[in-house]
Design a protein around this ligand. Structure first.
Ligand code: GRF
Length: 209
């Protein structure tokens, strides 16, 4: 009997893990032809670790080391080793609050993706929904993109628009964007797992199934 090897996903997150949950549940439901095989967090008490454990997915806190906004060299090595040990095909950042440097990017070249809560290239960086409100845009959204050495600057895989309403507070807008994220991220992961995605320079093209 032959069984086809499933596409293996490693997830990195620092927060509550709602995007991880959306992806893991879509995998379980067979909507995404992949499996989340490892979840790593730089925050020991992060909800994403609890969510993974509750789903029976291996989950570990891995110390980020001595810096505040990136992994130090030893931590970077530990993250790479854990993901390689789990045989991941794709590294999915889901609210991971550290910038990844050359060592990590090189270890998983072209195989790291992130979700950002705005329509990039508008509003990169922190609290993008607050930036959108402050700017007064009428439409914002979320973006799934490949990760490169910049901040939220890699080639765009997919985007979903979200309206900004007059009555919005930062909380209501963020919630609406997150609902869109939970649909968009699994779709993009599924396309990658199916090999539908090709990259031509900055353009990411989707082949039909
Ligand atoms: C998401 O809103 C994502 O856009 C940003 O971090 C947040 C993570 O949320 N990169 P969660 O931990 O997946 O709920």
């Amino acid at each position: 009997m032959t069984s086809e090897r499933r596409f293996r996903i490693g997830v990195l997150g620092s927060g509550k893990g709602s995007n991880f949950a959306a992806i893991a549940d879509a995998c379980r439901a067979g909507v995404v032809p992949a499996e989340v095989v490892l979840v790593l967090s730089d925050v020991a008490e992060a909800g994403i670790l609890e969510g993974a454990t509750a789903r029976g997915i291996p989950a570990r806190f891995l110390s980020p080391g001595k810096f505040r906004t990136k992994l130090d060299e030893e931590a970077e090595r530990a993250y790479i080793a854990a993901l390689r040990g789990a045989g991941v095909d794709l590294v999915v950042l889901a609210g991971f609050m550290r910038v990844l440097k050359e060592g990590f990017l090189g270890a998983f070249a072209g195989r790291i993706i992130n979700i950002h809560p705005s329509l990039l290239p508008a509003f990169p960086g922190l609290d993008a929904w607050k930036q959108a409100l402050a700017h007064g845009v009428k439409v914002t959204g979320c973006t799934v993109h490949f990760v490169d050495a910049g901040v939220d600057s890699g080639p765009i895989i997919g985007q979903q628009t979200v309206p900004v309403l007059d009555a919005d507070t930062p909380e209501t807008l963020h919630q609406r964007i997150q609902t869109a994220e939970h649909a968009l991220y699994p779709q993009c992961v599924a396309a990658l797992a199916r090999g539908q995605i090709t990259v031509q320079g900055r353009r990411v093209l989707w082949r039909n199934p």
